[in-house]
Design a protein around this ligand. Structure first.
Ligand code: ADP
Length: 273
């Protein structure tokens, strides 16, 4: 039997606005993120993607509107409970101290520990499983300062998974990775989405990656939702031209039917007379 809480989306934004002082950054944003789906947040630089993620993890408080997380008002969820529900993988990751990979991953268990309590055998088993899932166990003892960009990013995902979240928020998770590590991370996320029953909301810079891996896309422009839906609906030539100011040609990928975007020169090539 379907539980009632399974009926509601993982995230529901109702007319959410945010302003820094007088400057409106997000304006009446409404959309839902289905449970166990992979949703991509796309839009030009400065359109409000990071600000929106920060509203979802309570780093920022909306100036108007309401956010529901698994049917509960985000304002009513305390930070410790939130940390058990939501794992966040940031875009930039600067670590000055040479924590080991294992220590970093186990920090994901902090929301579950009582003050001054040591991690239990179960906590360690969860940390280990998170590392196995992300293929990071092999370098558990290495200092994180010595890892490559791709390895670090997987460690961050492992730390988030150690929180046993139902929702994973990622801010341009592949922005510092080469193409090989980018694809590896996207495949990993897709696999985890299924194996861990995760809901994923990720900011994507690369529209072709977003088209390939996401079930739903939300296109932001100037702090508003310009389009929301399946990749083939959102990534239309009209939307891309209007929002990004680029000329494109679309081709469905043969395997998946998802759109592949071919970016055309800004101006038509001159025809020789
Ligand atoms: P995106 O992630 O889509 O590039 P952001 O959410 O980072 O966009 O930024 C949206 C807008 O908010 C930008 O115009 C940016 O300059 C502004 N902004 C971001 N952070 C601050 C801040 N701390 N104070 C004032 N304005 C900010």
């Amino acid at each position: 039997m379907v539980k009632p809480e399974d009926d509601c989306p993982e995230i529901e934004l109702q007319e959410v606005s945010f302003a820094y002082g007088e400057e409106t950054i997000l304006s009446r944003i409404s959309f839902t993120v289905p449970k166990r789906g992979f949703t991509g947040l796309i839009g030009p630089n400065g359109s409000g993607k990071t600000t929106l993620l920060k509203c979802l993890d309570k780093t920022l408080t909306p100036t108007a509107g309401r956010i529901l997380l698994a049917g509960k008002d985000l304002m009513q969820i305390d930070l410790k409970t939130l940390a058990r529900m939501v794992g966040v993988v940031p875009q930039q990751w600067e670590v000055d101290f040479a924590f080991s990979v294992w220590e970093i991953v186990m920090m994901g268990r902090y929301p579950f520990l009582s003050p001054f309590a040591r991690e239990s055998r179960e906590d360690r088993a969860i940390g280990r499983a998170a590392m196995e899932a992300t293929n990071t166990l092999a370098f558990a003892d290495r200092p994180v300062t010595e890892l490559s960009g791709g390895e670090r990013q997987r460690v961050l995902v492992a730390q988030a998974l150690a929180q046993k979240p139902e929702l994973l928020l990622l801010d341009e998770p592949t922005s510092h990775l080469d193409i090989n590590h980018t694809l590896e991370l996207c495949e990993l996320l897709k696999k985890l989405q299924r194996s861990e029953n995760l809901t994923i909301l990720a900011v994507f810079h690369d529209l072709n990656l977003a088209a390939r891996y996401c079930d739903q896309l939300v296109l932001l422009n100037e702090g508003k939702v310009y389009a929301c839906g399946a990749p083939e609906q959102v990534l239309s030539t009209e939307n891309l031209e209007a929002v990004f100011g680029v000329r494109v040609r679309l081709r469905p990928e043969t395997e998946t039917g998802r759109p592949t975007i071919i970016f055309l020169p800004k101006t038509e090539p001159e025809v020789e007379s």
